[in-house]
Design a protein around this ligand. Sequence first.
Ligand code: PAF
Length: 262
Amino acid sequence: RHHDDHIALVPTMGSLHNGHLSLVNLAREHAERVIVSIFVNPTQFGDGEDFDEYPRTLDRDTRRLKNTPADAIFAPDVDTMYPFGLDMATRVSVPGLTENFCGASRPGHFDGVTTVVCKLFCIVQPDCAIFGEKDFQQLVAIRQMVSDLNFDLKIVGMPIYREEDGLAMSSRNRYLTSDERKAALCIIKSLKRAKALFDTGEREGKKITGEVKSGIEAEPLSRIDYIKICDAGDIQDIDQITQRAVLAVAVNVGKARLIDNV
Ligand code: PAF
């Protein structure tokens, strides 16, 4: 590495799919060196969540990163990241932005995310880091953390990468049976209907979320966690869309908790 090379970090939990590889390609546009971290972070999983089942495929991931090349992979184990145990570890917490949406359904989740991402930034010392917009609340919280803790690095968001039929790519899609995989399409179909409603001029949040709700409820294999519209900046609920806003959903299909947004 030349001393003036820039480093882009792509933080992941592994089980790499094409969405991740698109992040790696984007990273290439921002820096001469690309580092991919692979770490299934225990502090961001709650009791009863899928930490144990979460797919761990390091050999396969390494092979995939030969074709979409990364300069280095950082794949620490839990003891390296949390040598004094999970309960004793210092936490980094971004209040406010992390209470609504997924923060309400998954208490403690975002503290785990910002803690591990902060540690990854300190270890890797990147000039920029790439995150997917599927986890838009995570992206907003990380931007806030970077600003609050005076990290000297740029955060880049990458638009949601979708399967051909529209399902947002996620490592959790592999939990779906083939029937559930078909059922999961109710999410993008309903989001598209909501977007069309918005494009015709509808600005009342309840009308738009109602459209999504009926579309997802019509699919018997799905269970809605939330459907909400919020201000894209501060993640607070809004009733009328008069500013940049995000419509976000979390839906359980079989064992998978799927999130998506427009
Ligand atoms: O989005 C993810 O995969 C994770 O939340 C992250 C950012 C790698 C932190 O563990």
